[in-house]
Design a protein around this ligand. Structure first.
Ligand SMILES: *Cc1c(COP(=O)(O)O)cnc(C)c1O
Length: 384
């Protein structure tokens, strides 16, 4: 039987274990320590961010970010609709409500025109959101200049969710360094991983200091553990920060490998009718964290689900593009501005196996399976 080909799996380099061993040898087995400090420093060097706080997950980083920009119960937060639930969940942790914004077709990310229009409308009725969360999906930058302009015009803090796009740039600069706060994830399926972990960055040293403080139970500097605010236990383990330091050393290779996957898929599949690959917007350099494409069933012959199931049959894991959050039952009572673009990307969109550790034979197997679906269904059409 064929070995399974998974969507996106961890890919360790040569140095991670060495760093972990140092943590053991020095007994720094705690959510604090030299690897945590070094991981933050090296992360800043790599991304050009000024200050960073390593935390236990991307979700925790978002929760802290929203709290740091002052989100409170009853507030609204504008947020991309085409994303993973983890982008919006922390908004609700704070008793606030997400308002979703549709994607554009250039980047699949937040449509800047819709954002600008919506902020203008809200300003007129005196109901501006407390923050905007923009997601950089599947390794590609959103169109940051108009998004930043709109946020500045109405003085709304912008939080960048870079969980899927570490290593990607907008006009030459790392994502996460444009907004008030940027957050990243090192979950097992991301481009680099610490098994679980996250990072929060900002150019404002006080914000990052406050993030560390809140992530350490808001413990004030007193020997008896003084608290005047509610905090969280969100710091990253020093052991896992060691894995992270090793992974940072290979980020460039991982980006190159994922872009290679994309190119191989595109070369082989873009000639099939009805297949379109996620575009790479001219303003950025994408990582192609996942290779995504859309399938138009009328011209391709089979729809996205038929292709996904045919791949699953051969032990190949593909996934639909994120189900837009405004379609999720849990967010059914939330407003959505636009939504049809994200809905179409969900209906037709498929993410192919994209790990940096896939071999060319793996890619070949995925390609052959998709080509076979096309011909199978095309033949069915001709004979019926
Ligand atoms: C993975 C992911 C997160 C959450 O990160 P965790 O580290 O898993 O908590 C947030 N936003 C997006 C877009 C993600 O893909």
């Amino acid at each position: 039987m064929n070995k399974p080909i998974l969507l996106s799996t961890p890919h360790m380099g040569d140095r991670e274990l060495e760093f972990v061993k140092v943590a053991f040898d020095t007994n720094w087995i705690a959510p604090v320590g030299p690897h945590v400090d070094a991981f933050e420093r090296e992360f800043c060097q790599l991304t050009g961010a000024s200050h960073a706080a390593a935390v236990s997950s991307g979700t925790a980083a978002l929760h802290l970010a929203l709290r740091l920009v002052g989100v409170e119960p009853g507030n609204e937060v504008f947020c991309s609709t085409l994303t993973f639930a983890a982008t919006a969940n922390p908004i609700t942790y704070l008793g606030a409500k997400p308002v979703f914004i549709d994607s554009d077709r250039t980047s699949w990310n937040m449509n800047p025109d819709l954002l600008q229009e919506a902020l203008l409308k809200r300003a007129h009725i005196g109901k501006l959101p407390k923050a905007v969360v923009v997601v950089h999906l599947y390794g590609q930058s959103a169109d940051m200049e108009p998004i930043l302009r709109a946020c500045r015009q109405f003085n709304i803090p912008l939080i960048e969710d870079v969980a899927e796009a570490l290593g990607a740039t907008y006009k030459g600069h790392s994502l996460g360094t444009f907004g008030r706060i940027g957050i990243y994830s090192f979950n097992g399926n991301k481009i680099i991983t610490t098994s679980g972990g996250g990072m929060l960055v900002s150019n404002d040293p006080e914000l990052v200091a406050k993030a560390r403080f809140l992530a350490t139970q808001a413990r004030e500097p007193a020997p008896h553990y003084q608290h005047s605010q509610i905090g969280y236990n969100y710091r990253l383990s020093n052991v896992l920060a060691g894995i992270g330091r090793g992974q940072l050393l290979v980020l460039g290779d991982r980006v190159a490998a994922r872009r290679h996957n994309f190119e191989v898929y595109q070369q082989a599949l873009s000639k099939l009718p009805g297949i379109e690959f996620m575009p790479e917007a001219s303003f950025g350099h994408a990582t192609r964290w996942l290779t995504c494409l859309t399938i138009d069933p009328k011209t391709f012959g089979a729809d996205r689900e038929q292709v996904r199931l045919a791949l699953a049959n051969q032990h190949i894991e593909a996934r639909p593009v994120w189900k837009p959050l405004h379609l999720q039952p849990v967010f059914a009572d939330c407003e959505c501005i636009g939504g049809s673009v994200a809905e179409e990307l969900f209906t037709q969109g498929l993410c192919l196996p994209s790990g940096s550790n896939l071999t060319d034979e793996d890619l070949e197997r995925v390609i052959d399976a998709i080509v076979a679906v096309h011909y199978r269904y095309q033949t069915t059409h001709l004979t019926t």
